[in-house]
Design a protein around this ligand. Structure first.
Ligand code: AMP
Length: 278
């Protein structure tokens, strides 16, 4: 039986005496196979599985982006039920940020490049809501998708710094057959944009191929991504990056674990993806 909880108090009460280990999957809803994979991992590792569904206003810079974020709670709950999730925490905004709420978690250097630079304040919003969820659930494990690679690094750093005992578990990116990473935002792609979007993955794979062949110049790997993207007129590149896998500092030479990543707009839809080099 999947229980739906709306308040912090209901969640805490439902978790009292819950069998451990407890696994948490934080989401913003509009659930897809990427989220399902995180739930399946939690079900495999944990005795009690908690999914949160909360479109977090604090992590959206652009109010229009927040307004058009897709939502379908009834369908999301069906998916959680089908995945055997024990508890779904789907609070209203005022339950997470009650009147007078006046505290934020501000991550440091790891949150500054890439998505942090492109979306000012984004990771403050993410870290703040995840800190609240971690504090409410006190999970043994929390599952996050590799698709949002910087998010994982930010949350790991935060959990370590704030002495949060929850282990942050990274799960592989789930993709469509043509390589496009599943994302709630894909629903906004027009048919022509959807047809063009796999170029994001192709750009990453082109650079990875160069790396596998022995190329270690980060500039050449970035150029390899840009070269592929340049062939797709609908792809409006925001950034391509070849960065240190732990610090996300841009590299000159790839000599250890690294992360290829990029953000590309198709019309009004912004897609991100990445490929670890290790
Ligand atoms: P979101 O609902 O987009 O905030 O995502 C909730 C969680 O699902 C985050 O940890 C994401 O990284 C993860 N996620 C989103 N898309 C995918 C995907 N295609 N594969 C694996 N995990 C994903």
């Amino acid at each position: 039986m999947t229980r739906i909880l709306r308040t912090r108090a209901e969640l805490r009460e439902a978790l009292e005496g819950a069998a451990r280990p407890v696994g948490l999957v934080p989401t913003m809803g509009w659930l897809h196979a990427g989220h399902r994979a995180l739930m399946a991992r939690a079900r495999a590792d944990d005795v009690t599985t908690v999914v949160s569904i909360f479109v977090n206003p604090r992590q959206f810079g652009d109010p229009a982006d927040l307004d058009r974020y897709p939502r379908n709670e009834a369908r999301d709950i069906e998916i959680c039920t089908a995945e055997g999730v024990d508890l779904v925490f789907a609070p209203p905004v005022g339950e997470i940020y009650p009147p007078g709420f006046d505290t934020a978690v501000t991550p440091g250097a790891i949150a500054r490049p890439l998505e942090g630079a492109a979306r000012p304040g984004h990771f403050d919003g993410v870290a703040t809501v995840v800190a609240i969820l971690f504090d409410l659930v006190v999970a043994d494990h929390a599952y996050f998708g590799q698709k949002d690679a910087q998010q994982i690094l930010v949350i790991r750093r935060m959990a370590a710094d704030l002495a949060i005992p929850t282990e942050v578990v990274a799960c592989p990116t789930v993709r469509e057959a043509d390589g496009l990473a599943l994302s709630s935002r894909n629903v906004h792609l027009s048919p022509a944009e959807r047809a063009a979007a796999p170029v994001v993955r192709q750009a990453l794979l082109a650079a990875r191929d160069r790396w596998v062949a022995g190329e270690r110049s980060a500039a050449i790997l970035r150029a390899a991504m840009l070269d592929v993207l340049a062939h797709e007129p609908r792809a409006d590149v925001e950034y391509v990056s070849c960065a240190d896998g732990a610090t996300l500092a841009e590299l000159e030479q790839v000599s250890g674990p690294a992360l290829l990543s990029l953000a590309v707009r198709f019309g009004t839809t912004r897609l991100i993806d990445n490929e670890p080099l290790a």
